[in-house]
Design a protein around this ligand. Structure first.
Ligand code: UD2
Ligand code: MN
Length: 579
């Protein structure tokens, strides 16, 4: 009711003013009102706790009644344990789908889940004439029951007047049940659920763009094929778009365990995060900066975010297409979340995360599919090639260097032709990346300061053993090891920056009395203790005043008193190139 009340107050003020100022006041009034509608909360809110019937024309609450309590496997979002004799099925399905389909298959497709929203979310009102939406779910070889549970949850928990359709887009799956059972199964939903199929594997990025082109709704909402939407999830996503069509809205994503299907809140109640990134383009989430907290009147209001995880969001369909959908040169998986985010912010739109919209998502333990033919045609890792396309299009030169500092091999990858992307950027009169960093993603540099250049990078070969320093494929914190040099980089791609930081990927190398370790880098710092002497070839730890040495017997790495003529303490950086 806030807008209505506000209008009334202003009208009263107008009437007590001298009539001769009426035209001027009207101008001021309409301007400020327009500003209010665009910039403040797009939602309507009643007094806290007030659940009386709606009094204001044009606004509705859409809060469904509580779901009846049910018992059964996985009900209430609880974990479901299989019997010991089902362990083999569980293991087999885990390796095939990256999630325990044997467990999912026993859980109702209509199961109940806990309402994980902030309590005040129940009390927002939304316009009754919100735009309708196509919920687009792209899938490649997903499990049948998780896919269908996604569809059921959307049908069950969405006000029907806002759900134009659920559009399923099959990205050339070859699993039998997806080919034979799907058409039959979705008949029960009538025209609300539509299925289209790709004639060849396109990858999730191009498949989503296709879904957007073929959708019938005014708004498109993307979901992964293993989600469960929560209570009243859609109106809070549609409402900001209704007020400003250049807004992307993003629900809060709760976790569904890939082996037990337990649903857990992603954050402690009331804690807000937003999407940012590291210079190697790793997606991260960061506490909502106080500037953003202060900008809102209510804790459950939407807030600005530099980027998003990728899978789940809503946008006006035409706006998505005006932005060129996703860059069609991005292949299969990865980086598309950044591309769309930078494009939106730099070209005049905005991204809001919406605390009152919550959706569960199954995070898999590993990726169960390969990238198919699209990847085979490419030299180098596809995801990094995607990142390179994105940064070459949207970053300013200074920031491109930070990416190449983190991903030195990327400089040599072929990211294809981006002329069309650069033309679009020009045509839409998009702002610089510096503008984006200063005004929107200002918390990125606070966590990950600007990177000094690498002075050495490549494989790090020991002169005596002729083997290379290696993370041994183990995530930090762990001990660094030695293995035969393979020339591919990856776990053997070591870099030393101008401030003495030695690292692999996003992690740092440090050492103590136990040996040489792979550790988390200190947040907010780009410094390190290391010095490499080009002449003697020793790697010197300035605080410990010792050098890295390989044990000739065990290959163990440790810090010893420096002995520059000992070849077990001598190292050589050698640049590697993509193969
Ligand atoms: C995250 C996103 C995901 C996507 C991805 C790539 C979330 C929760 N998930 O990884 O949506 O943005 O990052 O950046 O934010 N699929 C195809 N064709 C393919 C490969 C996948 O249709 O060739 C489908 C797949 O069946 C699924 C969706 O695309 O429905 C996303 O794939 P994912 O679930 O494997 O990605 P995820 O969650 O690891
Ligand atoms: Mn997913």
């Amino acid at each position: 009711m806030r807008v209505i009340q506000l209008r009334k107050n202003r009208v009263v003020k107008v009437s007590v003013c001298a009539l001769m100022f009426v035209p001027l006041l009207y101008l001021l009034y309409s301007k400020s009102n327009e500003k209010f509608l665009r910039e403040s909360s797009p939602l309507q809110r009643r007094a806290s706790g007030d659940r009386t019937p709606i009094l204001v024309d044009g606004y509705g609450n859409f809060e469904p009644p509580d779901e009846p309590e049910r018992t059964g496997p996985g009900e209430g979002g609880k974990r479901h344990e299989l019997r010991p004799d089902q362990e083999n099925d569980a293991k087999e399905s885990l390796s095939k789908y990256g999630m325990n389909m044997a467990c999912s298959d026993e859980i109702s497709l209509d199961r109940t889940i806990p309402d994980l929203r902030l309590p005040e979310c129940k009390h927002w009102d939304y316009p009754t004439d919100l735009p309708d939406a196509s919920v687009i779910i792209v899938f490649h070889n997903e499990g049948f029951s998780t896919l269908m549970r996604t569809v059921h949850s959307v049908i069950n928990r969405t006000p029907p007047q806002f759900l134009k359709e659920v559009l399923l887009v099959d990205d050339f799956s070859d699993k039998e049940d997806l080919k034979s059972k799907l058409e039959n199964y979705i008949e029960r939903f009538g025209s609300k659920v539509r299925l289209i199929r790709n004639d060849e594997r396109e990858g999730l990025i191009r498949t989503r763009s296709r879904g957007a082109r073929e959708a019938h709704g005014e708004v498109i909402v993307f979901l992964d094929a293993h989600c469960e939407v929560n209570k009243n999830w859609l109106p809070p996503l549609l409402s900001p778009i209704y007020n400003d069509r250049t807004t992307m809205t993003v629900p809060i994503i709760d976790g569904i365990d890939h082996s037990t299907f337990e649903m857990r809140p992603v954050y402690e109640e009331g804690h807000h995060f937003r999407g940012i990134f590291e210079w190697g383009m790793l997606y991260k989430e960061n506490d909502l900066p106080s500037r953003e907290v202060r900008a809102r009147a209510h804790h459950s209001e939407p807030y600005k975010s530099p980027t998003h995880a990728g899978g789940l969001f809503a946008m006006n369909r035409e706006y998505f297409l005006e932005l060129g959908a996703y860059d069609p040169g991005l292949l299969v998986w990865g980086g598309e979340n950044f591309e769309l985010s930078f494009k939106i912010w730099q070209c005049g739109g905005r991204i809001l995360w919406v605390p009152c919209s919550r959706v569960g998502h199954v995070y898999r333990g590993f990726m169960p599919y390969n990238f198919g033919k699209l990847a085979q045609k490419k030299k180098g890792p596809l995801i990094v090639i995607n990142y390179k396309r994105v940064i070459e299009t949207w970053f300013d030169d200074k920031y491109k260097e930070y990416f190449y500092t983190r991903e030195p091999l990327a400089r040599f990858l072929d990211h294809g032709d981006i002329t069309e992307q650069l033309k679009l950027k020009e045509k839409l009169n998009c702002k610089s990346f510096q503008w984006f960093m200063d005004n929107i993603a200002y918390d990125v540099t606070a966590k990950f300061p600007e990177l000094p250049p690498n002075i050495h990078w490549g494989e790090l070969r020991n002169i005596a053993t002729q083997s290379c320093m290696d993370t041994m494929g183990v995530a930090a914190p762990t001990m660094m090891g030695m293995s035969p040099c393979h020339g591919f980089g990856n776990n053997q791609l070591i870099r030393l920056n101008a401030k003495g930081q030695l690292g692999v990927g996003e992690r740092c190398i440090d050492a103590d009395s136990l040996g040489v370790k792979l550790v988390f880098c200190k947040l907010g710092s780009v410094h390190g203790p290391w010095q490499y002497d080009e002449k003697t070839k020793v790697l010197y730890h300035q605080l410990k005043r010792k050098c890295i040495a390989v044990d000739p017997q065990t290959n163990h790495l440790s810090l010893l008193s420096c002995d520059p003529v000992n070849t077990y303490q001598q190292w050589q950086f050698k640049e590697v190139h993509p193969r």
